[in-house]
Design a protein around this ligand. Structure first.
Ligand SMILES: [Zn+2]
Length: 407
């Protein structure tokens, strides 16, 4: 399990001979000069000091220590305020000072770097101090990795020098579809994604996941990101036919029924005759009516308590579980995999119940929530122009993924 002898094929060099455009240049990258320079200044022209902001330091305390002639800090702060609010200076952030090489050792340029991408230039060379905000050029490069899994996903990605953030993003996309603990030795996979590089050389993380597949239980499971609703801009993941990867919940755990009691913070309990919270939705139905699980998952618990009667709890993914109470009969075992709509028990009135019904409880991140008020994603299949736009978008990525197997 731990040993990975997987065939990880990093294709960055290989794909460059392909016709499709692989390298997306966001900004023109200037060729690095031989002489050491940064921020547009040659280091050899100045006395350069590079440091980080210490705890307790402010823009004022840093600048004050320098030879800034007869300028007043207050005037400097005023002069730059439209570009830079000096209060945002934070400890541990880098700064660079370019001082004149002559005897005066005057501060000529101060550069503050809040992150790897952005920096602020404070130019002291003229009598009036001016500030500019700059962003370093970013290059985005596409990368394809693929092969055979022989360790965990994160181990495999680690071996391919891919950030762990990508692994968690991938498991999230497939959280309804794949149990990553159950991936088997020999299962194939492929991932197309882009990475950001600052100044064409410094790795700055994963930019975008463009498409992937995993072989799971003998089937290839594709996932492609797509914004169906441009107005919201929300990215969702779909399979090769445009079906959502989210396993949506059925509206009710029994086919024909009526709601006899809703989720509420406080209701008068019909058996206990006192006010207490009701953390479920009751569906009244004759004893023996089949109860179905509202989504696929694994039976997390079955049992009997005085309050719940016979109950079943199903775990759907790391976020959602559902629970079904007062059954006359339990039809599943703990640990059993269940599919959406599978009969897991029969309606009864065991435990605290006045009549036959199923109390349907919905858990989100371990907290009971009102199933009727959950804003779960729409399961409407993609049609018409959405679908053709989708298929057109994924075509080149799909081709790249499918070529992995033939290498
Ligand atoms: Zn109930």
């Amino acid at each position: 399990m731990n040993k990975i002898v997987s065939l990880i094929i990093v294709l960055t060099t290989l794909i460059s001979c392909n016709q499709t455009e692989k390298k997306v240049e966001i900004q023109k990258v200037t060729k690095p000069k031989k002489e050491h320079s940064d921020f547009g200044f040659n280091f050899s022209d100045y006395n350069v000091i590079q440091d980080t902001v210490r705890k307790g330091d402010t823009f004022g305390t840093i600048i004050e220590k320098q030879n800034i002639g007869d300028r007043k800090i207050h005037d400097i702060v005023q002069a730059v305020k439209d570009t830079f609010d000096v209060r945002v200076i934070r400890p541990n952030k880098a700064f660079t000072m370019f001082r004149s090489k002559n005897k005066t050792n005057k501060l000529e340029v101060f550069v503050y770097q809040p992150d790897a991408l952005n920096y602020y230039i404070f130019d002291f060379r003229d009598s009036l101090v001016v500030a500019h905000k700059k962003t370093r050029p970013i290059t985005i490069r596409e990368k394809i990795i693929g092969g055979v899994l022989k360790g965990s996903l994160s181990e495999t990605l680690d071996k391919a020098n891919v950030s762990t953030g990508l692994a968690s993003q991938i498991t999230k996309v497939y959280s309804w579809t794949i149990d990553f603990f159950k991936l088997k030795k020999g299962d194939r996979f492929g991932i197309v994604f882009t990475e950001r590089f600052v100044n064409d050389s410094i790795y700055n993380g994963v930019d975008e996941l463009k498409g992937m597949f995993f072989e799971y239980k003998g089937k290839i499971k594709y996932a492609f990101p797509f914004v169906k609703d441009i107005s919201t801009g929300k990215v969702e993941y779909y399979d090769e036919e445009g079906k959502t990867l989210k396993n949506l919940f059925l509206k009710t755990p029994i086919k024909f029924s009526r709601i006899s009691s809703r989720f509420s913070g406080s209701r008068f309990h019909p058996v206990q005759h006192r006010w207490k919270a009701h953390k479920g939705t009751d569906y009244a139905a004759p004893t023996g009516t089949p109860i179905t699980t509202t989504a696929a998952g694994v039976v997390e618990m079955t049992g009997y308590t005085a309050g719940n009667g016979n109950y079943v709890k199903v775990k759907h993914n790391s976020t959602y579980s559902t629970q079904y109470l007062h059954m006359s009969k339990i039809l599943v075992r703990r640990g059993q995999s269940v599919s959406q709509g599978q009969v897991i028990g029969k309606v009864g009135s065991t435990g605290l119940a006045t009549g036959p019904h199923v109390c349907y409880r919905f858990w989100k991140n371990g907290v009971q929530v009102d199933a009727l008020k959950l804003n779960l994603p729409s399961g409407e299949p993609m049609t018409g122009s959405d679908k053709s736009r989708y298929l057109q978008t994924i075509k080149p990525i799909r081709r790249e993924l499918d070529s992995i197997g033939n290498l």
